[in-house]
Design a protein around this ligand. Sequence first.
Ligand code: MLT
Length: 328
Amino acid sequence: MKRLFAIAAAALTVFSASAQTYPGSKPVSIVVPFAAGGPTDRVARDLALALAKYIPGGNFVVENAAGAGGTIGTNKVAKAAPDGHTLLLFHIGMAATPALYRRLPYKPLEDFEYLGMVNDVPMTLVGKPQLPANTYRDFENYIRANAGKINLAHAGLGSASHICGLLWQSALSTKEALTTIPFGGTGPAMTALIGGQVDVMCDQTTNTTSQIEGGRVKAFAVTTAKPMSGHKLLKDYPTLQEMGLKNFNLTIWHGLYAPKGTPAPILKTLNEGLKKALKDADFIKKNEGLGAVVVTDKRVEPEEHKKFVAAEIIKLKAAVDAAKQYAD
Ligand code: MLT
């Protein structure tokens, strides 16, 4: 028995020692559960740079683990060693997937440590350059007249682009449903849209702004409750509410997570580093340029982050149950 205590004490000493010297020389992976080149990947890469400024010795690297609307990468982090070297950046999908996937291999509120929220990203309805419409009205009329022949790209069931497509279609209630085409992320979906292989998509401004600016895709509306009057480009597009879709309001929030059981000193270091990163002028400028808003309210606190996600899980379950569309 004495020997057992000695071993446990030794392990604890090593563990707390590593917590004290965190992050040490080993890189810290930020897992993005979508393909490279998309909006979540973009936020993660900007965040990795900012975190490295405020967590001494931190070498934050982005690791893409795409598939199943973000649940594959998320499960990878749920099962990872709780040593602070594997983190997850995930969005509204953290709250939507429990409703869509009735057999999810992890529990969003039990298998993760919540590190704080990062930003809120509006979405835009965009179309391929050849689409015969230039205003939202023309676009909606075209969709209504050709719904059965039009396809909508998204990043997998439970992804932000899927949720937006689902909510928009149920608000439109077209006679026929659009054909949905899943990708590993809206990075590759955007390439297909620019190439005209797919027709329409609802995607985050962090991925659409530069393509709209470059004239490579057409934009028709934003999903925010209020017009984006502060943004040099997106101010020119109506909200879906202004176009008659009552109460339509969707922004994509992103949060940072660690595996359950990650030591408290490491969680403290990460949360404090995150708070400083969220005040970093360069990080804020990058987000604002792409229409995103960095979180400044109480949601930067882990317990408030968790409360927020718990409320979103309930809200999105109601929307998914209403649409009766499940992934399994
Ligand atoms: C991505 O990074 O590809 C997106 O966040 C996917 C999505 O949820 O639409």
